[in-house]
Design a protein around this ligand. Structure first.
Ligand code: ADP
Ligand code: SF4
Length: 691
């Protein structure tokens, strides 16, 4: 008798093994860790729909963001969930029910923000281990008060109340939160904040006392009805903060208490590093080795999008569950796609943190890769499904940047015959160009995913190296046209500071990003970048030029270079990188005249003027939509030559890559639809009920 060879496990089977978390068993190892979304208490139904889709896409556990347990933990203006009293339960229940309907276990991250809560809405006194200004997330002119024993007893009772309500709302996993600097537990653990001399301060045992008490209270309150998870800072990455030694001590003492450990960094910024500044799996160096200090399952994150990297985390004994916030935002169906072997169709997170900017600007979450993120409830969009076509119309999409690619893909999925026509040989438009800049290679994923998806659609035909004129389009014969021809960077200085062109001397050497994309570099040695855009590109261009050997300075009217990137957690790292590259930062100034061999800059506050020598100026200012084709086609439509013409993406109004992708998706969603008049609000809202 011949022996059967042992069954060979498929390479990713290990990711689909169940994991026991307290009284529950997961269906696989994919775990959506708690993440903020800018929806919170304001948009609970929208959040419920968003979380449900993740459960549907295969995430075995789906958690809420931090849920403030009490009015003393109010982090207004940021919009998170609340569990202040029973009035909050219907919203929380809706979210838990939705996760269950999607087939996932529902986790709730109970948070008391401690000295991180400025309590600007509630006007309660912030609570901390000591008398210190509120921190780390705000510089509000308020101090926390050192908690008394009574305050600690109150906090424990509020936490118990929140646990009881969480179970009532139907949650399966209840968190004790001690990470990211957003939690009193973190502040008590960290010597940086905790200088108490009572039994809650000093030794590590004392500093972890509050954590122990909250864990014990939570276990007692759950009484086996829900699992207890602990999200804990493993490294604060700041002098005097929580260290490896601290976390190892915590695990030795409390390792067996909760049903799950969720390892996180000491700041959200430290956990959600963009791809420009940190690789996939950046947290490994801080998390590796901790698992062996507990028998309980551990979850951690690392912007994991590669199934091989995930398998390695499990096999190397670093994690039991693959945690994700951003990869689950970019692709809510990532687990199912791995399960079904559709790896080429994973919408890999590009690590841009536009999702984070939603929360930080108090707007509903959005995502560069996943235009349906945040639109699930209010517009009915789904990351994988879209309404079938409503006619046999044929659609011509001009321009294969992010807007055109997404429009062609989504219309193709709907079943229309689509022609996607691109002037260049390469698809991708601006993402292809920008992905060649320092640190931005992951931008290319926006195009790669869409190109792969389009390749599977026989009804979408792609034409390259075909610059189209209006006459070409009429001749092509498709009656519906989407114009996604992008935008051009201006070089006349117009943006925010100057809304009319700057005085530029004849013979001055002035370039824009488009010149650099086309491979044209400045002549000479010294280059001045004038950034009146304030997102990433000015800083990236300065970095690129410095790496090419130029002596570079960058002028900005803001007090930091790339100031808007405070919303993507990059602004501090950008300053550091520019300093490391020898770039001179000239902040609080605008370029007010460009001469030959130098510029005049003006202090934006005091008006003082000075001259700076440079061989060339690179303007990173405003853009102009490439709308000539649109305008011409619209004229032809009015004459009856075409049935419909729509401008999308940067060709309509220059904005982020995320906005261009979204605009392409919107055009595809709205094609052939009966649209309400534009007097109406174009999406569903959840309006506050009067008390
Ligand atoms: P968006 O961000 O709105 O998608 P991009 O600038 O990234 O815009 O992409 C626009 C794309 O359109 C570029 O790849 C460009 O080469 C292409 N394009 C511009 N004009 C034409 C045209 N007349 N015919 C075909 N392709 C065009
Ligand atoms: Fe990833 Fe960017 Fe989407 Fe956030 S917005 S999930 S970082 S692709």
């Amino acid at each position: 008798m011949t022996e059967q060879p042992p069954a060979v496990a498929a390479p990713y089977d290990i990711l689909f093994e169940p994991v026991k978390i307290g009284p529950f068993t997961t269906k696989n190892r994919f775990y959506q860790v708690p993440h903020c979304n800018g929806m919170g208490y304001r948009d609970p139904s929208a959040q419920a729909a968003m979380r449900k889709i993740k459960a549907e896409g295969g995430w075995s556990v789906v958690c809420t963001e931090q849920v403030e347990i009490h009015a003393t933990s109010d982090i207004a203006p940021f919009i998170e969930l609340r569990i202040w009293d029973d009035q909050d339960l219907p919203a929380l229940k809706r979210i838990a029910d939705a996760i269950h309907e999607g087939g996932g276990l529902a986790g709730i991250e109970l948070a008391h923000n401690g000295m991180n809560a400025p309590n600007q809405l509630s006007r309660e006194t912030p609570l901390g281990p000591g008398h210190l200004p509120v921190a780390p997330d705000t510089i509000a002119p308020v101090q926390a008060r050192a908690m008394t024993k009574q305050d600690i007893a109150d906090l424990r009772r509020w936490h118990r109340n929140a646990v009881r309500r969480s179970i009532e709302a139907g949650y399966d996993i209840v968190y004790v939160y001690g990470a990211h600097g957003y939690s009193g537990v973190h502040h008590f653990l960290s010597r940086r904040y905790n200088q108490r001399t009572d039994e809650y301060g000093g030794s590590l045992l004392n500093r972890m006392r509050l954590l122990r008490e909250l864990l014990e209270d939570t276990l007692e309150e759950c009484a086996g009805r829900a699992a207890v998870a602990c999200r804990i800072t493993v490294e604060e990455e700041i002098a005097g903060g929580i260290t490896r030694e601290d976390i190892e001590g915590v695990l030795r003492e409390l390792g067996e208490l909760p049903d799950l450990w969720d390892f996180a960094m000491g700041s959200w910024e430290g956990d959600s590093v963009t791809s420009r500044f940190g690789p996939e799996g950046r947290q490994e160096e801080f998390v590796a080795g901790l698992k062996k200090l507990t028998t309980k399952p551990v979850v951690g994150v690392g912007r994991f999008t590669s199934p091989d990297a995930m398998v390695r985390q499990i096999k190397a004994g670093i994690l039991d569950l693959i945690g994700a916030a951003r990869p689950s935002i970019a692709d809510p169906f990532l687990p199912n796609k791995i399960r079904d072997g559709r790896l080429n169709l994973i919408r890999e997170c590009i690590g841009c943190n536009i999702c984070v900017s939603g929360d930080l600007t108090m707007s509903p979450i959005r995502c560069t890769q996943n235009p349906s993120m945040g639109e699930e409830w209010r517009r009915g969009w789904h990351p994988e499904r879209i309404r079938a076509k409503g006619s046999d119309s044929q659609v011509l999409v001009v321009g294969a940047g992010p807007a055109g690619l997404e429009a062609a893909r989504a219309l193709g999925v709907r079943g229309y015959d689509v022609a996607l026509i691109e002037a260049r040989r390469e698809l991708g438009g601006r993402v292809r160009q920008e992905s060649r800049l320092p640190g931005l290679s992951a931008w290319g994923r926006v195009q790669e995913y869409r190109e792969a998806a389009i390749a599977e659609l026989p009804n979408v035909e792609v034409f390259r190296e075909s610059p189209m004129t209006a006459a070409d389009i009429i001749e092509f014969g498709f009656q519906h046209v989407l114009v996604a021809t992008g935008a051009t960077w201006r070089t006349d200085g117009v943006a925010r500071f100057h809304t009319t062109p700057l005085p530029i001397a004849e013979g001055a050497q002035v370039l824009g990003p488009d010149d650099l994309f086309a491979g044209r570099l400045p002549e000479g040695k010294t280059v001045l970048v004038y950034d009146d855009d304030h997102y990433y590109l000015g800083g990236v261009v300065a970095e690129l030029l410095a790496q090419q050997g130029y002596e570079v300075s960058i002028v900005t009217s803001q007090s930091q270079v790339s100031a808007w990137t405070n919303n993507t957690f990059e602004v501090n790292r950008i300053q550091r990188r520019l300093i490391e590259n020898g770039v001179t930062r000239i902040t609080d100034h605008a370029v007010t005249r460009v001469g030959v061999g130098g510029v005049e800059v003006t202090d934006v506050y005091a008006g003082a003027v000075r001259e700076i020598d440079c061989d060339a100026v690179v303007m990173v200012t405003a853009r102009l939509p490439r709308e000539e084709l649109y305008l011409e086609l619209e004229g032809l439509r009015a004459q009856g030559e075409l049935r419909s013409v729509r401008g999308i993406g940067d060709a309509w109004a220059p904005a982020t890559i995320a906005a261009a992708v979204w605009s392409g998706r919107r055009a595809a969603e709205e094609f052939d639809a009966e649209l309400p008049s534009n007097d109406e609000v174009p999406f569903r809202r959840e309006v506050t009920q009067l008390a």
